[in-house]
Design a protein around this ligand. Sequence first.
Ligand code: FES
Length: 115
Amino acid sequence: MTAVPTDMPARWIHACGLEAFDRRTIVAVNLLGQDVILIRDADRFFAAERACPHEGADLAHGRCSGGSLFCPRHSAWFDLQDGAVSPGWSFPALRIYPVRVIGDGLWIDLSDVAP
Ligand code: FES
């Protein structure tokens, strides 16, 4: 486990090494008891809650394209910048977590998650 950089708040968590994306674009992890998906979209990385806010589908089985994450069950999609759901749907936005790439690792800020 990589140490937390000293210039970062305590809630930044090392989520995975970037090699985890060598063969896939969505990586599922459990951090501090939270099921989270880590997403690589070309040269950008995102992190989001794993369960779809509609009916709880596992978004680790979704797909990502052009900054959007598509749910595998009903094909609604989410903007990975803010979690907004695609037009025509009326359920809460997908929870998005801040991420940073440091060295060969992806870090996620879970400061909004209760301990
Ligand atoms: S469960 Fe994801 S859109 Fe319905």
